[in-house]
Design a binder for this molecule. Structure first.
Ligand code: SF4
Length: 663
């Protein structure tokens, strides 16, 4: 949808955080949520949401207990109507009887009367400004200034009673915008955009400030990581520019999905903002038990405990990109890098001795003895770096080998191998490959002296590294230097990680590389496994497979290269009408070969259709054993039984000509 208001006309400056180079938490006011204050004077808090029915008091207490034991600091519980809001009292009492004083947050959509009751019982209420005072009609109405103002007046009347109660009871509030559930009013004026998301929250925030109520936390969630990052940045910038108080931020990516994909997608969004010091509480939304979300959120936030001591990075005086709107850095095409090519994946085998065809299965290349040829899957690496150990057999067409420069120089098949040079080697005007050369260095190697003399028309791709603990911002600093100097050479981002850190690796890689990709920076990803000595080959190959899968996962989560089906599945809550984990697994089993397709799997029809905003197809619970199937935002079948729903969904995909048989 076209926005009437262009972001660029409204935004005065592009700075949205305390520093783009020195890690610093953004200063915020403190919001008191029960006994546990939130804001920049306190550690970044971790929270999650229950999945059992709120009317199931014992089940809720048991689930909250598990969440608290896992390290959850605030617990959110859905209150779809007054009766659930009332039952929060029983849950709270039951928890207190067990000695659990965790602050509870009531999650409200559409029901001001439930919010007004819950605000008297729990420590915080979350309202969605897209549906607190509005029923979604999916209508685009042309508002005049007068009719828009009248709508705002209607919101005031509906919202003010809640603010009064929150003030009276000392209850905090989150104004939590979701990209997928913006009101028709906001959509008609600002479009389906980060600016619309921000304005949606500001309309409510202005009422709170007028009423002298400031115990507020803000969030700007989306399942699209680019939109999510842009919206939070824009929010901070607008708060500063309009003179609002610096309210704390709650970070989250909605409907991130499950398993590795869900973790990577969450980290691309949340990690990117944490790097810039934004965010005071984090919720990772996975289609898994809520206690599984907690260690992921902890791993994300604990990374910053020692970050303020990182090596200095030269400050940035102006930002040569638009941090509020995705634009890919313009690069010159060299071979299949840069230009309009998708970002490439380089598999690092420099520590793995490649002896047979089988060794390449880990990175998606399979040798088929009959019919005696290579095949690759959708996650076949594009390049393989073998360092100083050239691979002793002919590689498949889709896989090119990179060697260290001295080894390449003496190799008998220089034509089919590609050299990796240090900046120093490259500066000595050496013999080069006629079509593609990789030049590796960090911010100190690619200094002004080098860049001012660099011929930006050769067959070169840069490989950027960083030793700085604040790596993403240092690498970004270097990209900004390329932009300022109008250098259009494609860039691969290379990051080393210990091979043994498999749980945190997806999160760190997603943050370090994904944080650049969401700003359109980067034409390739190279994750280097650092093995301890004496690691068995089998284990090395397993690591190579993990790193390869994470590399493709990061590209997909940053929406820069689709190599698999994307599942936008909600984390489930007390409104959920079927077993989401089981259903997601079943849908995945039948559709995971449909590369690039986005399938929404949502627990309820109240919020689901909005939340899966940019899915191609949707599977949404509408009642007991009743599923609604969607094509985009349109319902195409209603009340399908669960038994038939997946085959009916496949039929719809087939009708659209988007089905392929699994190979
Ligand atoms: S879409 Fe899922 S998480 Fe959101 S309200 Fe519905 S069931 Fe709950």
């Amino acid at each position: 949808m076209e926005a009437d208001f262009e972001t660029s006309k409204i935004i005065g400056n592009k700075f949205y955080c305390p520093s783009l180079t020195q890690y610093t938490r953004r200063r915020t006011i403190t919001v008191n949520i029960g006994d546990l204050p939130l804001g920049s004077d306190y550690p970044i808090r971790v929270q999650s949401m229950t999945t059992v029915d709120t009317m199931n008091t014992e089940g809720s207490i048991a689930e909250v207990t598990r969440m608290v034991e896992a390290g959850c600091e605030y617990v959110r519980i859905t209150a779809p109507s007054v009766k659930e809001a009332q039952n929060l009292e029983n849950i709270k009492k039951g928890l207190l009887a067990k000695g659990i004083r965790v602050p509870l947050i009531a999650d409200i959509h559409f029901t001001p009367n439930a919010a007004e009751l819950a605000a008297r019982i729990v420590e915080k209420v979350r309202i969605n400004p897209g549906n607190y005072a509005d029923r979604k009609r999916f209508e685009v109405i042309d508002y005049t200034d007068a009719s828009y103002a009248a709508e705002l007046e209607r919101i005031r009347e509906k919202f003010m009673p809640l603010v009064k109660i929150c003030k009276e009871y000392g209850t905090a509030m989150r104004i939590g915008t979701n990209h997928g559930s913006l009101s028709d009013r906001i959509l008609s004026r600002y479009g389906d955009s980060p600016l619309g998301m921000v304005e949606s929250a500001l309309e409510f925030l202005r009422i709170c400030e007028e009423m002298n109520y400031s115990q507020i936390v803000l969030s700007m969630k989306s399942s699209n990581t680019q939109v999510m990052v842009e919206a939070y940045r824009l929010l901070v910038q607008r708060l500063d520019e309009e003179g609002f108080k610096p309210y704390p931020l709650h970070l989250g990516v909605t409907e991130a999905g499950e398993a590795e994909d869900g973790r990577i997608k969450s980290a691309v969004g949340i990690g990117t903002l944490l790097e810039d010091g934004l965010g005071d509480t984090v919720r990772v939304s996975l289609t898994e038990a809520p206690e599984n979300e907690v260690p992921v959120a902890r791993a994300l936030v604990e990374r910053y405990n020692k970050r303020p001591n990182h090596a200095p990075i030269e400050p940035i005086e102006h930002i040569p990109i638009n941090p509020f709107q995705y634009t890919r850095r313009v690069t010159r095409e060299v071979n299949n890098f840069g230009g309009l090519n998708v970002p490439r994946v380089i598999a690092d085998y420099s520590s793995i001795a490649v002896e047979s065809h089988e060794d390449l299965r880990s990175v998606g290349h399979f040798f088929l003895p009959v019919p005696d040829k290579w095949a690759m899957n959708d996650q076949g690496a594009d390049y393989i770096y073998s360092g100083s150990r050239p691979i002793p057999f002919m590689l498949p067409n889709g896989l090119k080998e990179i060697l260290d420069y001295p080894v390449w120089l003496t190799h008998e098949d220089q034509k089919n191998k590609l050299p990796l040079l240090s900046v120093k080697e490259f500066s000595n005007e050496p013999q080069l490959h006629p079509s593609l050369n990789f030049v590796k260095g960090d911010i100190h190697d690619f200094n002004d002296d080098f860049l001012d003399h660099f011929n930006d028309s050769g067959n070169v791709v840069f490989v950027l590294t960083s030793e700085n603990a604040h790596a993403m911002p240092e690498l970004r600093r270097l990209f900004f230097r390329f932009l300022d100097k109008k250098i259009t050479t494609a860039v691969v981002v290379k990051r080393p990680y210990p091979a043994a850190t498999s749980e945190i690796l997806p999160l760190y890689a997603a943050t370090d590389v994904g944080g650049l990709l969401v700003d359109g920076l980067g034409d390739g990803i190279w994750l280097e496994p650092q093995f301890e000595v004496d690691v068995e080959k089998e284990s090395q190959l397993k690591t190579a497979a993990e790193f390869n899968s994470i590399a493709f996962g990061v590209l997909q989560a940053a929406r820069t290269r689709m190599s698999k089906t994307e599942y936008i599945s909600c984390p489930s809550c007390g409104r959920t009408l079927f077993d989401l984990q089981e259903t997601t697994a079943m849908i995945r089993k039948h559709t995971e070969h449909l590369k690039g397709l986005k399938i929404g799997i949502m627990g309820c029809i109240v919020n689901g259709p909005g939340e899966m905003a940019d899915a191609d197809y949707g599977y949404v619970g509408m009642g007991k054993d009743k599923i609604a199937l969607y094509r985009g935002q349109q319902v195409v079948k209603r009340s399908v039984t669960a038994e038939k729903a997946v085959s009916e969904l496949i039929e719809i995909i087939k009708e659209d000509g988007r089905w392929v048989e699994p190979s």
